[in-house]
Ligand binder design. Structure first.
Ligand code: ATP
Ligand code: MG
Ligand code: MG
Length: 535
């Protein structure tokens, strides 16, 4: 693992900067349109934007679309939408596929200069030779032969062409295996490319295309995750071999979270297997998924800038990022009340006529932040209380009904399992709420309530860190969704989809489906970093 050699600021943040910035800075974020953006991609995109801003430079969003087998227009569109959600637009949007002609010509040039050759060694044998440091039998074939195979057989994807690939002639046995004659071009004739259709039957690899396109697009600093470190030398080799302008490489740690898949390939498997409802599933680490779960872009950005530039690869848990998110939403989330349907207790309230009169009063939605607005709080002679609260009551006990005042438990009947079956509360509004132990949420039955469903989630994966050799199926969590029915105050009928609120004493929730007459609102519980299990 890479050690972290950068200095920290007094605040403990990494003091990050790029070198050689005098001639301006152009960064780029190169997503492959093979899935939806996840939180790891968000980190890469945000860091690129961070440097662009820091040096008043430019940023390119480039679709690295060199593999039609994995790529789709749908993914491309979603990536642009998600980037704009993150506040990232890019000064230019480009496509590696716009350079297929140039890349083809550069490959020809390499072959002509004896820096690349065509090879029809089987994949398995190639892997073995590479491992052992043995040259391919095709390594020293005549230039004319390679040229003919590339420009005719491979270009037309003939039977011979399909068996061949082009390899850069770098080294047979360099200790850095990334330099052992990497593949730079291969045929992929059967699936049309989502942008270039059937024009090309052969495609450059990322290792070949990325440095070239970086260089010709004027990228000055290429940000890459540290797993690419072994390939940095290969990246530079390509540019030197083609006499192209060098690009500075700046590497940063890949983002990993415990019990979380951050690989489009693996996420695709779960989508295709119907294990989740789609790429925006709230259990997914996609930008859409975490947003739907209640993550704010502000918290995401703060989190990434705070720890993002570290070169240490760690397996983070979700606690910290959700804790940051809580700090963002707490001062602005409207407060409401929801009670659980199961075992709901109906209590009679006694007091003076004035006290128990059916009425609604305007109250702030957030006691410390009047800007959040006001809501109607209903009062009356009958209220609902959570069974979990009522069960704890003792005869004669003084409790506080939140936003109303104190009350004394006057009559209390329980069944043999301890569940409350009848309850009368006698208001004692002169009582001091500071002296009661229990502050209870309640709902007057006189209001038109809102039916709600409260949903919580667990991790999809049962193992903290999945290894490459682990079979995904063996580590899928069986039950990851927990739904309970509830009722909420009448104001919840107006909460819109996407709004984040707090149900007092319960937690923060994001409205996934708004309330409709005859239906129910669906709320997803937002983790705060405190719960065990994190997410
Ligand atoms: P995946 O395996 O999820 O498909 P990828 O690296 O193949 O990831 P790309 O679309 O090629 O996906 O990635 C675009 C950019 O995002 C790259 O610069 C890549 O380094 C970066 N990136 C991808 N995953 C992470 C991650 N977990 N942490 C940080 N950066 C990441
Ligand atoms: Mg990639
Ligand atoms: Mg990948």
């Amino acid at each position: 693992p890479a050690s972290d050699d950068r200095k920290k600021t007094q605040a403990g943040n990494f003091d990050i900067g790029l070198s050689n910035t005098e001639k301006g800075v152009v960064t780029r974020f190169p997503p492959e349109p093979s899935g939806y953006l996840h939180i790891g991609h968000a980190k890469a995109a945000m860091l690129n934007q961070y440097f662009k801003n820091m040096y008043n430079g430019k940023m390119i969003v480039r679709f690295d679309d060199t593999n039609p087998s994995k790529e789709k227009q749908e993914f491309q569109d979603s990536i642009l939408e998600d980037l704009s959600l993150l506040g990232i637009t890019g000064d230019r949007i480009t496509y590696t596929s716009d350079y297929f002609r140039e890349l083809f010509d550069y490959c020809v040039q390499m072959i002509k200069e004896g820096k690349a050759y065509c090879d029809d060694t089987s994949q398995e044998q190639m892997r073995d030779e590479r491992f052992k440091g043995i040259a391919s039998r095709n390594r020293d074939r005549p230039v004319a032969e390679s040229l003919q195979i590339f420009t005719e057989e491979m270009k037309n994807a003939t039977e011979i062409g399909r068996k061949n690939c082009v390899r850069a002639k770098i080294s047979i046995d360099d200790p850095n295996k990334a330099l052992r004659d990497p593949v730079i071009y291969r045929c992929n004739p059967d699936i049309p490319h989502h942008r270039t259709g059937n024009t090309w039957k052969l495609y450059p690899t990322y290792d070949f295309a990325c440095p070239i396109v970086d260089s010709i697009e004027g990228v000055t600093h290429a940000l890459r995750t540290t797993e690419y470190r072994d390939r940095n030398e290969q990246y530079r080799w390509m540019l030197t071999a083609l006499d192209l302008r060098p690009v500075e490489i700046w590497d940063f740690a890949r983002l990993n979270f415990i019990r979380t898949l951050l690989s489009k390939r693996k996420l695709t498997k779960l989508v295709d297997a119907g294990r989740v409802t789609g790429w925006d599933d709230p259990r997914f680490p996609t930008v859409r998924g975490i947003r739907r779960r209640g993550m704010t872009i502000e918290a995401l950005r703060e989190f990434i800038i705070a720890q993002g530039p570290s070169k240490n690869i760690v397996n983070l848990d979700w606690t910290l990022i959700w804790a940051i998110n809580k700090k963002v939403i707490d001062p602005i989330a409207p407060r409401h009340t929801a009670l659980l349907r199961d075992g709901l207790v109906t209590a009679n309230v006694t007091g003076t006529d004035e006290e128990i009169k059916e009425r609604a009063e305007e109250k702030p939605k957030h006691k410390k932040n009047p800007a959040v607005g006001v809501k109607q709080v209903h009062y009356g002679p009958q209220v609902l209380i959570d069974q979990a609260d009522a069960r704890t009551f003792a005869q004669g006990e003084e409790i506080t009904l939140m936003d109303w005042g104190n009350a004394i438990v006057d009559t209390l009947a329980k069944d043999e399992s301890g569940n409350v079956t009848a309850l009368t509360l006698r208001l004692h509004l002169a009582g001091d709420f500071k002296k009661t132990e229990k502050k209870i949420t309640w709902l007057a039955t006189s209001q038109p309530l809102a039916d709600v469903e409260l949903v919580d989630f667990d991790y999809l994966i049962t193992k903290d860190k999945l290894e490459e050799e682990d079979n995904l199926e063996d580590f899928l969590n069986d039950k990851t969704e927990f739904r309970v029915d509830g009722v909420a105050d009448t104001n919840v009928r107006d909460v819109k989809q996407g709004e984040i609120i707090q149900f007092e004493r319960r937690g923060y929730y994001r409205c996934d489906v708004a309330w409709t007459e005859g239906g129910k609102a669906v709320f997803f519980c937002i983790p705060t970093g405190k719960e065990t299990g994190g997410k």
